[in-house]
Unconditional design. Sequence first.
Length: 214
Amino acid sequence: MLKKTKKISEYLIGQIDDKLNDIGCPICTLTEKAVNDYIDTLFYENVNDPVERRDFINGMGYCPKHFQMIENHLEEHPDLGILGANILYSDLFEILEKAVEDESVNIGNGCKLCAIEENAQKRYLEIFMDYISNPMRLEKYEKSISMVCLKHTHMIKNMKNVHFSAFLKIQREKLHRLERAMEEFIRKSDYRNAKEPVSRIEGEGWRILSKFLE
Ligand SMILES: [Zn+2]
Ligand SMILES: [Zn+2]
């Protein structure tokens, strides 16, 4: 049993390794993937599952963010079809009829996908902390293009048993590097410097900043 746990953790650490090459926050990206995987399974095989349908009704449907995520997912995966969404969503009409006349009916109040997301986020925060507790991996994060977002930086700060100062130092350095990269991009956009090649961080700087605040 112990051996199995260790193996899972190594697999998850490998997932973080992969995400360090991507623009954005590894914790956000992996959490979003976990929710998308759940949505995928739900519409692939579980939409008639009584538990899923009951949770959907008990949660007063899903929240706007997760309805949107499902919409995007079904658009990106047309093989899943839209019958499942029709079946699941039809159960909501009784509540919707009440909601149109009573604003205290809170649609998506107990969104199940919010709970899935929260669990995944907690798990990946812990895995990320595990990851950077190793100095070599911390250095790998430091040099990588990825950047833990502001929200998750604060969450890491509030975690128990975490040595935050080393991480904070890296976050500051990453911000400085990003600032310089964006200045460089602006400088190279001048026609007199147009021949100088633009590096990945310079070209993607605006997106890195945007994702830091998402
Ligand atoms: Zn994040
Ligand atoms: Zn939600």
